[in-house]
Design a binder for this molecule. Structure first.
Ligand code: ADP
Ligand code: MG
Length: 589
């Protein structure tokens, strides 16, 4: 009956623990490079064989290890970075804390050759210390990983996969330390050889999705947090974008940072795409808890909300600044005029009503005409209605616009033909105005002379109640009567020109419901409500626009924070340069 309890010998325990921590060759490479960085190395070279399973060599020009300390460095819990336990919260190093070398040594065979400024090189291998030759610095060689732990060896992937993992780790560390030289070779073939660089230059070399004109550099100090890095332009967003997060230059997984960046891009990119980024946060050690993951990859912040807010703010600022300045270089600056009038583009165009009236009767008069007639009518149409003079106080020739397909506005600016989607433009304008009013807590609302009562086709009363409450923050006054009647007494002034409030409200409701949105979370999804309202209350495609409305639209668009994309991420403006046209007409090659 006696239970057989067998005490495992310390050596076995050590090997099991080593297998847990040293999961794969890449984790070894990471620890060893971090040791080199901790030792102040400026040049680090890495060579591996067979995916690191047979051989890993890391060579650095750091301060070196004193020969007397070499045996100790391979024993458990030996570290020069931790003298008192209180230091745990202060050290800036994220290693295994005095366990890495010993742990690796339990999982594989480790050889170290090291020289310091004062002591000549020594080799430590298989418990033997002997003189060797090398300059100041350290070489660590790891051979035959898991040879003595076959159970772990089984879990290794193919050499190819392990090599990719290693390559990724080196890339991460090379991005975190662009001023350090890194060279890397696998099975005697060089993979990269990086000299000291700016972060941007290094990113361009290492990451396929990072191309110079698409990169936005970012350095800020916000809320006591110092943040540097690069983000990619919204137009470079990809399904699988490269995203790197560092805390005090150590690669970490930090979902909160990923979420904050994504949120900052918001509707500047379609929801299924992701921005690329490389961000380093400099934090006090007291802000981070790095011990949550055995390999210290996932970082835990004690001030999560602050980190989220800070990253969001910093990225948002960098993006807005970039997009604005880019828009202005491409399409011209909006210069403030002394007297804003309606129908006046600030400082750029003045739209004057044409002498000839082209009211409602003109609605698509071309559609029913034969081709010959069409040609004739078209020129007539051009001179009478479609082309409208815009007085410009710019020296360029942006004097006219043309509305085509009742959907796009064509204007000339700075030697380019701009094609503007009228719906997307108005949507963006309304979206930003609603948002601004909502943020400032002042919404312009207009009471209806005659309140409108509408019958609701969908009668989920609780949801309508929530929606009514949220819409009241945007200027609506809605009153639910019974189960399926809604009384509208006030509407946002921004949409007063829209007449079908019943349709408008019903389609907002339907869209939110179709998106399977939980209405009880509507308040937190406020952007969504604003975007939907903006969409449904905007100028439609197919709507013919009077010049005054075009003038106002263009003027407002030039004032937008993000005049590039509508709240759903679709583009607002496309351009054709004069050169492109000239190429098409073979005027230039
Ligand atoms: P830790 O990095 O947490 O101190 P390690 O087991 O990784 O623990 O390293 C043990 C000690 O060996 C370090 O504290 C350091 O003094 C020394 N060491 C390891 N690698 C290097 C290196 N590349 N250059 C100089 N010293 C090193
Ligand atoms: Mg270490």
């Amino acid at each position: 009956m006696a239970k057989k309890i067998r005490q495992l010998d310390p050596e076995t325990i050590r090997k099991i623990a080593a297998g847990e921590v040293v999961e794969r060759p890449a984790s070894i490479v990471k620890e060893l490079i971090e040791n080199s960085l901790d030792a102040g190395a400026t040049t680090i070279s890495i060579a591996i064989k067979n995916g690191g399973i047979d051989y890993i060599e890391i060579n650095d020009n750091g301060e070196g290890i004193d020969p007397a300390d070499l045996p100790a460095a391979l024993e458990l819990h030996a570290t020069s970075k931790l003298n008192k336990i209180e230091d745990l919260n202060q050290i800036l190093t994220f290693g295994f804390r005095g366990e890495a070398l010993a742990t690796i040594n339990a999982a594989a065979s480790v050889e170290i050759i090291s020289a310091t400024a004062t002591s000549p090189a020594q080799r430590y291998y298989q418990q033997q210390l002997e003189p060797a030759a090398r300059n100041q610095g350290t070489t660590v060689i790891v051979r035959e990983l898991f040879r003595t732990i076959p159970a772990r060896r089984k879990f290794l992937k193919s050499a190819h996969t392990e090599e990719l993992n290693i390559r990724n780790i080196i890339k991460q560390l090379a991005l975190a330390n662009p001023e350090i030289s890194f060279s890397y070779q696998t099975d005697a073939k060089p993979v990269f050889d990086l000299k000291p660089d700016s972060l941007t230059a290094r990113a361009v070399k290492l990451l396929s999705g990072f191309n110079q004109p698409e990169l936005i550099e970012l350095t800020t100090s916000l809320n006591g947090i110092n943040l540097q890095g690069i983000i990619t332009h919204p137009r470079a967003a990809q399904k699988r974008a490269s995203q790197f997060c560092f805390v005090n230059r150590r690669p970490v997984r930090a979902n909160i940072v990923v979420a904050a960046v994504k949120k900052a891009y918001g509707n500047k990119i379609p929801p299924e795409l992701n921005p690329g980024f490389i961000l380093n946060l400099n934090l006090e050690q007291t802000e981070i808890d790095v011990n949550v993951h055995p390999r210290k990859e996932e970082v835990k912040f004690s001030a999560e909300a602050l980190i989220f807010k800070t990253v969001l703010q910093a990225v948002d600022q960098a993006l807005s600044t970039k997009l604005r300045s880019e828009f202005e270089t491409r399409f011209g600056k909006a210069v403030a005029t002394s007297e804003p009038r309606s129908g006046v583009l600030p400082g750029s165009f003045t739209i004057s009503e044409p002498k000839t009236s082209y009211g409602k009767a003109a609605t698509n008069p071309i559609a029913k005409l034969a081709p010959t007639e069409l040609a004739f009518k078209f020129s007539e149409q051009l001179s009478q209605t479609a082309v409208v003079k815009i007085d410009s106080n710019f020296s360029d020739n942006s004097k006219q616009y043309l509305q085509i397909f009742n959907t796009y506005l064509l204007i000339e600016r700075q030697g380019k033909l701009l094609i503007i989607d009228q719906h997307a433009a108005d949507e963006r304008i309304k979206y930003e105005k609603f948002k601004q009013q909502h943020q400032q807590g002042v919404v312009d609302q207009t009471p209806l002379l005659l309140p409108i009562e509408i019958s609701l086709t969908s009668s989920n009363q609780a949801n309508w109640q929530i929606l009514s409450r949220e819409l009241s923050k945007l200027g609506f006054s809605l009153e639910l009567k019974g189960t399926d009647q809604l009384k509208i007494t006030q509407v946002p002034t921004l949409i007063i020109s829209k007449l079908n409030f019943d349709q408008l409200l019903q389609s907002i409701y339907n869209e939110l419901e179709a998106a399977k949105l939980d209405f009880s979370e509507l308040a937190s999804k406020f952007d969504r409500v604003i975007a939907t309202l903006a969409c449904h209350s905007s100028i439609r495609a197919g709507e013919e626009l009077p010049p005054a409305k075009v003038g106002k639209l263009l003027a407002d668009l030039w004032q937008c924070q993000n005049p590039y994309t509508c709240p759903h991420g679709r583009p607002i403006v496309n351009e054709i340069t004069k050169a492109e046209l000239e190429k098409k007409f073979l005027r230039i090659k």
